[in-house]
Design a protein around this ligand. Structure first.
Ligand code: SF4
Length: 191
């Protein structure tokens, strides 16, 4: 007989996994869950992070799987490759106009609407708890932690300008709100 007793239902980990699947349910949409995830990621990622390898880290998937998803979106005209502004040898991926239009049909919007109906304190508490869980799990799996400039050690404010020391590029509001693979917690402690 097993000495592992079943966890009482509902189990929190099961709930989180089920919620993620339900939130991404694609039954009535034209893209797969992986393609929606990629479109969403490239719409929100910083310049440094708009590459297939950064996307594969974010999705916790292999480079090959991430590249296949990106390739399919490029072929559908929803993503396009552009030269990197400072490194002419590399390319970054951007959403096309059709890609931005497609995002209006993103199935995750239903989940956003449901979350928006929670009382502000419940939403803030859920956000804090899930952020902690994601950080702890990333540390346990030795996976990178994604974050944005406001909490990053590479973010430098000089004479009214905000600069990224990692890319040596100035940061505008949109870039500062983006998710970034090169993020390093300002505390120096892996979150
Ligand atoms: S400051 Fe940090 S989070 Fe912002 S772009 Fe640079 S590395 Fe990324």
């Amino acid at each position: 007989m097993s000495d592992i007793s079943p966890r009482p239902a509902p189990d929190l980990a099961d709930m989180i996994v089920h919620l993620a699947r339900l939130g991404q349910s694609t039954a009535a949409t034209r893209l797969t869950a992986a393609q929606w995830g990629a479109l969403r990621y490239f719409a929100r990622a910083s310049r440094l992070s708009r590459t297939p390898s950064a996307f594969s880290c974010y999705q916790a998937t292999t480079r090959g799987t991430a590249s296949q998803t990106v390739k399919s979106l490029v072929e559908m005209g929803l993503l396009e490759r552009r030269s990197h502004a400072t490194d002419g040898r590399s390319t970054i991926l951007e959403l096309t106009e059709a890609g931005h239009a497609m995002l209006a049909e993103d199935p995750i919007e239903d989940l956003r609407r449901v979350l928006d109906r929670l009382p502000p304190e419940a939403r803030a508490s859920l956000q804090g708890a899930l952020g902690q869980v994601m950080s702890d799990l990333a540390e346990r799996r030795d996976a990178p932690v994604f974050g944005s400039c406001v909490d990053c050690t590479h973010c430098l404010r000089v004479a009214g300008e905000v600069i990224c020391r990692q890319s040596q590029a100035p940061l505008d509001r949109a870039e500062m709100d983006a998710i970034c693979v090169a993020f390093a917690p300002a505390s120096g402690v892996k979150q």
